[in-house]
Design a protein. Structure first.
Lengths: 326, 363, 326, 363
């Protein structure tokens, strides 16, 4: 077992799968010689050659567009978009083709593509380097949207994503890349997609989050525990398709739910979870469902980014509000 | 000032509008047995187009894009491809698709609003028609890359329109293919119009072939109404690609003799007289004249062929009309390899409503 | 007063504003000589010339990208994207620039841009011509998202959108273009943005919808009235910023809410409204909030599109479900 | 086969690496009074870059992209613009911005993570720096269109990198500008690298200037380390644009002597020896040699200038460091012309949390 941080886990998962499946190729800007601007693909080109680890020209539309062509022919491309603020030129191909090829051809062709992209704020990066666009993909039929929150989940979920026969948008929170390490076996064991992970059991309130915000969410749960408030913490992990079963089961027990995400509030994916609660969990709810999210503003440049990111205090305050509701 | 780069664009034609050879024909074209199938395919496409427009008018299919006048392009190219090559077509490329083995019934099913029309029984790896302009060039470059990576001697071919040359996808894909030296053929069907926008408002370049220079790719221009010129250029490009020589861009100059689609009325924006004049250049008469001149074609053969085409089209239409409509379940069947658990409830609800209200009640 | 259908109203609004404000320009594919594929811009080029009614080359990225440049220089571009299935190549400029220019420059430059695009299914159009992408824009900070549901609202809202100093994504349901006519004054009177319109008063249940689905929603309300069930019908009209005040006020009275939209369910904008109800309206809710939406599938080709579009029956069934909940 | 189009790409240089004139200089360059401001601007930019990198290393600003070695490009171009023209820069164009009147303090504020840095006091209509590669070319084409529509004798100028030439935006915008005959200058800073991707892997074309041929635009190549060549080409292009002659593409060949940004470590992917050799071509020494040769520069002037630049940079840094941080309200202040009612609650909440927890507690 190695002690790995999240970006190392991403690296190992890709290396494992390239080693075991010759149809896996990695492509993107600076993924080869440079090993990726975050080093997520470091060593891969040396090991698997420049034909399987492709330093592409600088063009996101064509990165995803050509990856779709490769995928349809049976390759399993893992395409890196350098930052998710630069994924928009690829939206056309993701929306109009990746998630549709199987349906359009009645299963004759398919698109086993993984789009990896770092996401999120909090690392003092330049403009457009701090986006959380998960909601734009979770609305899209035919794809999966996966966001890991720890090295071991990054490893297992990325393996599952690459092996999945359909396209997966895999968003990696940059703030977690080097935040902490975990024992990761590097044994090629995938984790299941399409299910939430319960990170902490509790009976008073359910906290639902994903990605880097699980950091604040778990800190909030810890702080609440000091006050005797037992929060259950759920890592959504796969946003689409959404495992509401796990969330509903928890909220049925706790009667209270706070959803935490880093993306803007309006139209964020938290709304989908809250909407499901308003439909399927209404009679269990003892208090209004709270969403703790970024404000509906443009991600600010670095000086204000921690005013943008939901804080532990905001999560705790939201939990307190749900408890008032009792 | 030093000149650091020089480029030229060449234009090729073998048969003029009257079907007279203006230069020595390429070897394949010397044998009429090679030309008659091309002629036949053009006639069949035209018969299909006529019928498809009629079917649209009577509500039997939806909006349809005819290839009228541009038959030589798809047929010239597809006939130069091997079975194992892959076609990545746009929405106006049924001429090429038919040569590849897509059936007219499948095509009607697609235009009739049924995804099963893209589940081709024969060219199993050919792409479905691409409606969003330009995307297919990226897909084709990716297909070509896959062939190259696996060291398969296969070529990807795609088509786009003159309007589509304005899209970033086209340049990005051409550049990727060039850098990858991928086995790709990109063919511009320059039919002079992008709906209502004439070729000269789309771009000020004297040729579209020169756009290849931006990617360092060979770009050539051919008379797209001369199936011999199209086939010859495609064959060279495909041979080159198969041999590892990388991508080629062919601009085939033709003319859109019909409306953009059945949803369009071209008299709103172009002079019918000009269109009338363009009939003088169309590809079928041209090849027929040539074949007649060399004694390989006559009135009787023509009549027999027309009849054959009509019969084939009629049979395809009958087969199409006999296909029962898809059920609501079809929306879910091929969305994912396996329907996710989270979607089961929706699937059941869709089935339930389909069987109860037939989904028919809309205000 | 003229009897106008929705597309004629769109045409008149553009003509009025071009006539009264020389900074307004119209651009897009086939908007000039051809007057737009739906005839939304018919006659404008003849009247205002090809420099103000611009037939662009075929490239959505550049249509919106150049329109942003024009807008920053004080023009008021009204850019048409021919079908909203072709708006994705412009997402990059919409997301990274249109909604941000004011914020990035602290108000020094701004982007008074309108992006008009037909949306929705139901007209037996080809593949990719039936999309409902409103949720992709409603998540975006700095923009407005507006969808009219009748000729008179189309007229008034489009005028308001053009006059608005910030970018507006204006989605026009093709199914309504020629469905019915209304008296429209063509007097240059704008309607207010950022507010919902109550189309029908009722006390038993609140139906919330927008765009073409108001058609089915109103038919459902009518059918329910026959049964003695009085539905209030709200036309959201401006999705972003969202006027929850009107919706909450209604739901507080009725205690029941059904949200109807044509886009896919998961991550659709209905979730945002339901989430707000789960937070701010929980104690008023007498029954689970229902969403009647398209399934989470690719918009099917025309043969199945009416299986995809929510039907009157589905709306009525959802209302019945909320009444069971009493 | 007929040749239907022919193209050439020309390369221009006036001063070689040693600063020797290789051909007759253009008129403006004959007067040292015209060259010394360019020299001064290059030195100032370099002094700024050195300081900015140091500030980043000590956490006083965020990631920073230096213009080291490419100073002649921005300065040669911006010095050929008029005040009323509009610059649409990328993220590596502070050299040009300084000539335009953007202050070093503003630039530091931007790189320091504060939107106020793009609220330029002087070139009020210049665009802020564009980080997403290639987008700015579209914006600049739109700016140019606005000028043309309003019959204003103004020109838009934008920069992009060699890597950015692979983006669809670049081709689409160039084509739009060509069709519109818009007053636009597009300048490629060909610094040979796009982060780790060398120019020759970005595209196989022998020049980047030839990409203009795809749009029917004039494309020229200049030595981007020769500020005289850059300025001369830019001036011609701008004059042409202002006179209604439409867009021009200039490829200015230079070299990125530094890391891509402070977040990059170029030794991972390129040989420091090769970089070292490229120092022989850099633009400042080149112009200094020329000025010294014609007797317009000496050691004393050089020392005085260095001191002046250092002082100016130091003053700018002091001013930057003295600016109080923005408050949470800043996120809302300029989001819309007026804050929508629907956002008032969020605005209040943001203010409340900012004043209570300072937004500081993150797990
Ligand atoms: C990205 C995109 N934008 C717009 C459209 C609508 N549209 C369909 S065909 C067409 C014109 C295409 O012209 P051209 O490329 O010359 O092909 P042709 O139809 O003439 O064969 C347009 C604008 C589309 N399908 N895709
Ligand atoms: C659309 C987009 N994709 C990726 C990036 C990340 N990125 C920033 S700079 C850069 C390389 C740019 O190279 P080039 O165009 O040559 O400009 P240079 O930095 O060399 O001046 C990349 C890939 C980006 N900013 N925008
Ligand atoms: Mg065309
Ligand atoms: Mg570069």
């Amino acid at each position: 077992m190695a002690e790995l941080n999240l970006v190392e886990a991403i690296n190992r998962a890709q290396a494992w799968e390239m080693d075991h499946d010759p149809s896996v190729v990695v492509l993107g800007e600076d993924v080869g010689v440079n090993g990726g601007v975050f080093r997520a693909t470091v060593g891969l080109q040396e090991r698997f050659g420049p034909e399987r680890v492709i330093d592409t020209p600088l063009a996101e539309t064509a990165i995803i567009g050509t990856a779709i062509g490769m995928a349809a022919m049976g390759l399993k491309p893992v395409a890196e978009i350098q930052f998710s603020g630069f994924i928009y030129p690829a939206m056309d191909h993701i929306w109009n083709h990746a998630g549709r090829l199987r349906n359009r051809t009645r299963g004759r062709l398919s698109c086993p593509l993984v789009v990896r992209s770092p996401c999120g704020a909090g690392i003092h990066a330049p403009e457009h380097h701090s986006e959380s666009p998960e909601a734009l993909f979770a609305h899209l039929p035919g794809v999966r949207v996966v966001i890991p929150s720890s090295p071991s989940r990054a490893y297992g979920l990325l393996l599952a994503a690459i092996r999945n026969p359909d396209p997966v948008i895999f968003l990696e929170p940059t703030r977690l890349y080097r935040l902490f390490k975990q024992e990761v076996a590097d044994d090629g064991e995938a984790l299941p997609l399409d299910v939430c992970f319960t990170l902490r059991a509790g009976s008073d309130v359910t906290l639902v989050s994903w990605g880097a915000m699980l950091n604040e969410t778990q800190a909030a749960a810890e702080a609440l525990a000091q006050e005797g408030i037992m929060a259950e913490v759920i890592d959504v992990a796969t946003l689409k398709p959404l495992d509401m079963t796990t969330i509903l089961e928890s909220v049925t027990r706790t009667g209270r739910c706070v959803i935490v995400h880093e993306a803007m509030r309006t139209g964020g994916f938290g709304a989908e979870i809250a909407a499901n609660l308003a439909e399927h969990g209404l009679y269990s709810l003892l208090a209004p469902v709270q969403r703790v999210t970024a404000w509906d503003v443009v991600v600010p440049l670095s000086r204000l980014e921690y005013q943008y990111l939901p804080s532990v205090e905001r999560i705790v305050a939201a939990v307190m509000k749900t408890l008032e509701g009792a | 000032m030093t000149t650091v780069a020089r480029f030229e664009v060449e234009f090729t034609r073998f048969l003029n509008a009257e079907g007279e050879a203006t230069q020595e024909l390429p070897p394949f074209a010397l044998d009429p047995a090679n030309l008659i199938p091309l002629y036949r395919a053009m006639q069949l496409t035209r018969a299909f187009d006529t019928k498809a427009i009629a079917l649209q008018r009577t509500g039997k299919i939806g909006t349809f894009a005819s290839a009228l006048g541009q038959e030589a392009i798809g047929i010239g190219v597809a006939s130069a491809m091997r079975k194992e090559d892959v076609l990545v077509p746009s929405y106006r490329d049924h001429a090429a698709q038919f040569v590849r083995g897509v059936t007219m019934t499948e095509s009607l099913l697609y235009w009739g609003g049924d995804e099963r029309g893209s589940n081709f029984a024969v060219p199993r790896e050919d792409f479905p028609s691409c409606v969003p302009i330009g995307n297919q060039v990226c897909h084709a470059a990716g297909v070509a890359y896959a062939f190259k990576l696996r060291k398969e001697a296969r070529v990807a071919a795609c088509f786009l329109g003159d309007g589509a040359t304005s899209k970033g996808d086209f340049y990005e894909a051409l550049n990727f293919a060039a850098v990858w030296r991928a086995p790709l053929l990109v063919v511009i069907n320059n039919n002079q119009w992008a709906i209502s926008v004439p070729r000269e408002h789309q771009t000020i370049t004297p040729t579209l072939a020169q756009k290849a220079i931006a990617a360092g790719v060979e770009g050539v221009q051919v008379d797209g109404n001369d199936v011999i010129a199209v086939h010859d250029a495609a064959r060279r490009a495909i041979d080159k690609a198969r041999a590892g020589g990388g991508p080629t861009l062919i601009e085939a100059i033709s003319y859109r003799l019909g409306d953009h689609t059945t949803a369009d009325d071209a008299t709103r924006y172009r002079d019918p007289d000009v269109v009338q004049q363009q009939w003088a250049n169309e590809p079928i008469r041209r090849l027929r004249n040539h074949l007649a001149r060399i004694g390989a074609w006559d009135q009787e053969k023509e009549e027999r062929l027309q009849k054959e085409c009509a019969d084939q089209v009629a049979a395809a239409v009958d087969a199409y009309l006999a296909i029962p409509p898809p059920t609501a379940a079809a929306m879910f069947d091929h969305l994912y390899a396996e329907l996710p658990t989270a979607m089961k409830e929706q699937f059941d609800a869709a089935q339930w409503f389909a069987s109860h209200d037939g989904g028919s009640s809309h205000g």
